[in-house]
Design a protein around this ligand. Structure first.
Ligand code: TMP
Length: 212
């Protein structure tokens, strides 16, 4: 079966994920690949509606179990409608956040049991795993200052300790799966970070030939 390449970009608030996802997608297109760009939560009509629910400060204090199920519901829609078909067609998919965000935010950040978080991730994705995941790493206080200039959403408004646990979570995930997850420093200009991201994804054999 044809199977494209699935790349996810992860990290705490204000690490520049969306900028880096766009720069990576552009580089892959220039290299001749057919690229689908998506973000989580979001990317379908229902998933974008769920995103609005999740980020709305009117829902401060949302029960953590309800929260994780909403993230997983958004993910299940995106995987079945967009990601799986794009990969089956042999394209590249660049996703701004994926299940590692759930492990980091709802597992490490909120304190939900990690084994249950992992099982929910597997259920929502029906087993799809990224070929490579880039974790953009930055001190959370610096990232929050970057991210919340225009006002904080429901997650950004969490206390600094929450964001520190989330960062620790991403680093633990990377330490546990070094063959899939690469930590890249998010300090410096977008062009500098992009160079590091390209080097990291270039270690995938299927991309080594197209990325210079
Ligand atoms: P962002 O993609 O604009 O950063 O916004 C998404 C927010 O949702 C961000 O604060 C991280 C959070 N999030 C979770 O808590 N769990 C998840 O599974 C995902 C995908 C995002």
């Amino acid at each position: 079966m044809v199977r494209g390449v699935f790349i996810t970009i992860e990290g705490c608030e204000g690490t520049g994920k969306s900028t880096q996802a766009a720069l990576l997608a552009e580089a892959l297109r220039e290299a001749g690949l057919s690229v689908t760009e998506v973000r989580e939560p979001g990317g379908t009509l229902v998933s974008e509606a769920v995103r609005d629910l999740l980020l709305d400060r009117a829902h401060d204090g949302l029960d953590p179990r309800a929260e994780i199920l909403l993230y997983e519901a958004s993910r299940a829609e995106l995987v079945s409608r967009v990601i799986r078909p794009a990969l089956a067609a042999g394209g590249a998919v660049v996703c701004d956040r994926f299940f590692d965000s759930t492990t980091a935010y709802q597992g490490y950040g909120r304190g939900l049991p990690l084994d249950q978080v992992v099982r929910l991730n597997q259920f929502a994705t029906s087993g799809i795993v990224p070929d490579i995941t880039i974790v953009l790493d930055l001190d959370p206080a610096e990232g929050l200052a970057r991210a919340t200039g225009g006002g904080a959403d429901r997650l950004e408004a969490e206390e600094l300790g929450f964001h520190e646990r989330v960062r620790h979570g991403f680093l633990e995930i990377a330490a546990g799966e070094p063959e899939r997850v690469v930590v890249v420093s998010a300090t410096g200009t977008p062009a500098e970070v992009s160079q590091r991201v390209l080097e990291a994804v270039g270690r995938l054999p299927v991309l080594a030939a197209v990325i210079h």
